[in-house]
Design a protein around this ligand. Structure first.
Ligand SMILES: *[C@@H]1O[C@H](CO)[C@@H](O)[C@H](O)[C@H]1NC(C)=O
Ligand SMILES: *[C@@H]1O[C@H](CO)[C@@H](O)[C@H](O)[C@H]1NC(C)=O
Length: 442
């Protein structure tokens, strides 16, 4: 979710688009920042937690990580979550998006046993946020699958959909009274096309497509369960769709530059993960069709089944996979078919028009999530990539967090609901607020 960073970084590009508009966000617009469990929590082996695929990978193949590091301690958020809450408060966030570590909550992977320490940790975090008026937004899966499932093929195993649904049900039942905003999967494309292979399912032909289908089914099972059993009870808003929608904010930028002709398709919500889409525009008109196929392959594969009117795989991807598979000598397409029932089950029926760009289209975008609240373990890049609003001192035992200039700017944007950076600069000159590190919590 690099969406906000784009807006901040590319504000010079935004200006022409917004030339005649005020640089203001509506009051109902929500601002957040995000993290994920493996990237920040540390405490990989405390209490009854079992290893995730990333614990296993970093420990067995440390040379594959740029700085040979791992998430054993990371930002130590398992012990220092109060500092995280304090940062969220200092920024003035409306919501904080974090993920739950599946092997911390369900050490056996299956719902056979719930860890009381794991449960307590997330209870503390959620309650702490709510106490400060910050809405928790929970990602159910952000790359740290219990290792036990990788031994069974991970997301390439269709049974994963049910195991995920079981886990999601536990999470809804434990935290659903307080958490109203849910995201099922973070970047499913990464889960299926790169992580799966990197982390051990090396079969290259079917695995990515089996994974795609399994993830869609897992998402749909969790979605229906929430909608049917939890939403009525808690009056929550099921934000599976809006969570994807929040990723779409970046599309105004993309479309402005590359996708003028795709307005209709984009409104149908086939493309979703904006920060990746950003790189796949056509350079010339001759490449337009190819670029569209590429987008369908990368985004349509996940978004079309959920958000299109007809559901199912995008037709061009079906055709492409059929062609390729046939040339390769496979008797059937490598893309697994979806039955009529599956198509209906995955598709979002009460189809809400997915927003694009507030001012351009008059559509409602509900919020931004900034990645990331603080520097953290950036997967294969270890601690060498820093996206944090807060700098984290990884040589300090307390993992001291210090606000960057971007934190100050973001808190200005949130407070003023404006991206008028000139006004901000002049304000900056006479204030020292928000420049101090987060002190140790007594
Ligand atoms: C947990 O892992 C750390 C390394 O990250 C190790 O030093 C420590 O001994 C382990 N603790 C247990 C209880 O295994
Ligand atoms: C698939 O093959 C057919 C017949 O060779 C061709 O016309 C079509 O363009 C191909 N489609 C894709 C998406 O590769």
């Amino acid at each position: 979710m690099l969406v906000v960073s784009y807006v901040l970084c590319f504000s010079s590009f935004l200006h022409p688009l917004l030339a005649n508009k005020e640089l203001h966000f509506p009051r109902w617009f929500k601002f957040g920042a995000a993290t994920s469990s493996y990237q920040i929590e540390g405490s990989w082996n405390v209490s009854d937690k079992t290893p995730s695929i990333w614990d296993h990978y970093t420990h067995t193949q440390p040379h594959r990580i740029k700085d040979h590091s791992n998430g054993d301690v990371a930002c130590d958020s398992y012990n220092q979550y109060e500092k995280d809450i304090e940062m969220a408060e200092q920024l003035g966030l409306d919501f904080y998006r974090f993920s739950i570590s599946w092997p911390r909550l369900l050490p056996e992977g299956y719902r056979t046993r719930i860890s009381s320490d794991g449960r307590q940790y997330y209870d503390n975090l959620i309650n702490g946020l709510l106490d400060r008026g910050i809405e928790p937004m929970v990602t159910l899966y952000h790359s740290d699958m219990p290792k036990i499932f990788q031994d069974l093929g991970g997301w390439a195993n269709p049974e994963m959909a049910q195991w995920f649904a079981d886990y999601a049900d536990v999470v809804f039942s434990l935290f659903g009274d307080r958490v109203k905003l849910w995201i099922t999967f973070n970047e499913p494309l990464v889960a299926c096309d790169s992580s799966l292979q990197t982390l051990g399912v090396v079969e290259p032909f079917l695995a990515p497509y089996l994974c795609t289908k399994t993830v869609l089914m897992a998402h749909a099972k969790a979605y229906h369960n929430y909608k049917d059993n939890y939403k009525p009870m808690y009056q929550g808003i099921s934000l599976f769709t809006r969570s994807f929608a929040s990723l779409l904010i970046g599309l105004c930028l993309i479309r402005g530059k590359y996708l003028q002709k795709d307005k209709r398709r984009l409104l149908a919500g086939k493309v979703s993960i904006a920060h990746v889409a950003f790189y796949f525009g056509a350079e010339t008109q001759d490449d337009a069709e190819l670029a569209e196929l590429y987008r369908q392959y990368n985004f349509g594969r996940f978004m079309h089944p959920i958000y299109s009117k007809s559901g199912g795989w995008p037709a061009t991807v079906v055709e492409l996979m059929k062609n390729i598979s046939s040339v390769e000598g496979f008797p059937r397409s490598r893309l697994p078919p979806l039955t009529k029932h599956e198509v209906e089950f995955i598709r979002v029926k009460k189809y809400a028009l997915i927003l694009l760009c507030i001012y351009e289209d008059g559509a409602r975008i509900h919020g931004y999530t900034y990645w990331s609240l603080m520097d953290n373990f950036e997967w294969l890049y270890g601690y060498t990539s820093k996206f944090g609003l807060y700098d984290v001192d990884f040589s300090d035992e307390g993992r001291k967090r210090t606000p960057r200039l971007s934190a100050q700017y973001y808190s200005y944007v949130i407070k003023s609901r404006s991206i008028d950076s000139n006004k901000w600069k002049s304000q900056m000159e006479d204030t020292n607020d928000n420049k101090k590190p987060i002190d140790d919590v007594a």
